[in-house]
Design a protein around this ligand. Structure first.
Ligand code: IPE
Ligand code: IPE
Ligand code: MG
Length: 246
């Protein structure tokens, strides 16, 4: 792919998180039911996953269903759940040496979706090239609340003291404890918000928002997002001079 030439291969974000938004509007603008937008959206997950693997991304974490999405019409929720059970295939992961994980509460998912996800996690657990995670039935507030509850339980049981709770402890008690924090957070679909996604983990992520609906967000759009990332200076609280001097 030609666009790759513009990218600095030594500065590919190692961890990318995506809020895949705009499936519904993509379909509605074509006079199609929202569900066909979700079907196209799933196709695009495969496309972007392959491209991230090719570019050398290590963690790709994709927001697929928030805890708030249960409030959508029942039929739409059903379609989304069915798509997970039907479309989550090991093939793309095995072909690309990708480990599959999920962040979020899978206990609340329909048994067929949960079963498929658990199988896929098990079958791909030894793959090494990249980890792709879906965030399904996920929200950051749910995750942080759960971590606080766990900490209190451990403290009450006498396993930890309050002073043992530090940033490392918190990170380790989040759903994302197997990955590095996102270097780059992409949101498609034009909204400028993070909708309860990775609030702790995105403390120093670079944000990239674009109007393109998720089904239309193809390889060249990913390249544009990465190119924008490569033009940023990440300062982590320091001065620009300190960062340049290394
Ligand atoms: C994102 O697309 C997919 C999910 C939230 C499941 P939307 O379904 O939110 O699409 P819009 O925002 O309505 O266009
Ligand atoms: C965020 O999209 C969740 C996912 C992409 C799965 P939404 O479409 O649910 O977000 P809001 O409601 O517009 O903030
Ligand atoms: Mg939306």
């Amino acid at each position: 792919m030609e666009d790759i030439l513009e990218l600095d291969r030594n500065n590919i974000p190692q961890s990318i998180a995506i809020i895949m938004d705009g499936n519904g509007r993509w379909a509605q603008e074509r006079g199609l039911p929202r569900s066909s937008g979700h079907i196209q959206g799933v196709e695009n997950v495969t496309r972007i996953t392959s491209e991230c693997a090719r570019l050398g991304v290590k963690f790709l974490t994709m927001y697929a269903f928030s805890t708030e999405n249960w409030n959508r019409p029942e039929a739409e929720v059903e379609v989304l759940m069915q798509l997970i059970a039907d479309k989550l295939e090991d093939e793309i992961f095995m072909k690309n040496d990708i480990r599959y994980r999920n962040i979020g509460d899978i206990e609340k998912l329909p048994p067929s979706s949960r079963k498929r996800m658990l199988e896929c996690m098990e079958n791909t657990k030894n793959n090494k090239r990249m980890t792709v995670s879906t965030a399904l039935n996920y929200s950051s507030r749910w995750e942080l609340t759960k971590a606080m509850r766990d900490a209190v339980r451990e403290a009450q049981a006498g396993h930890i003291r309050p002073e043992d709770i530090n940033e490392e402890y918190v990170s380790q008690h989040l759903e994302t404890n197997f990955m590095t924090d996102p270097d780059l957070l992409i949101r498609t679909g034009g909204e400028l918000r993070i909708s309860n996604y990775l609030l702790w983990q995105c403390a120093y992520s670079e944000f990239y928002f674009c109007d393109t609906y998720w089904p239309d967000f193809h390889e060249e759009d990913l390249h544009k997002a990465i190119a924008a990332y490569q033009h940023r200076q990440r300062r982590f609280g320091m001065t620009g001079e300190q960062v340049t001097k290394g």
